[in-house]
Design a binder for this molecule. Sequence first.
Ligand code: CO
Length: 209
Amino acid sequence: MKELKKLFQNNRNWVKEKTGENPNYFKSLADAQDPLYLWFGCSDSRVPANEIVGLEPGELFVSRNVANVFPHTDFNCLSVLEYAVNILKVQHVIVCGHYGCGGVKAAMEEHPLGLVDNWLRHIRDVYAKHKGEIEALEDNTKRYRRLVELNVRQQVLNVCHTTILQEAWHKKKPITVHGWVYDLESGYLEDLNCCYTSLEQVESIYKMR
Ligand code: CO
């Protein structure tokens, strides 16, 4: 309980700080949100989306789950994406993974964890797809880092393959999907250069119409 009291105290201090800088801070935030970016990241407590990219409340729409997975039929991911694209009209969708991801590590190991193993199957699919490339790397650290990157790339593709993104691109909405990776040890973000901006980049088997 003592610790939770601390959280409320932190909250009071934060309100004081924000309203000290701008008395209308919460009032203007309460009126509307107008984020330009949607972030799909990992739930890991060491990867706080807003802080990493220096954005304030109201500037980044965020969805996080274990190991930043975007399954084709996940209603949470799809609802977030649809709301962000069609209602908030974000212009950038960022899938951000991170080195040192426990979810990705678990997907490379044999120990059963429980229900989450089913979720992490999506990452085992990525491993299976790129098995040759991953296993050609000489040590486990490199394999682990590569799987983190390949997982981001796959989830970027999954976002692009949704009806939501394809409809938006068909209507010529300016939306870019990005794949990034965050390094827990340095604090730096890295762009994996897997940017998608139009329907033309979507592989034909996944393309609508
Ligand atoms: Co993680």
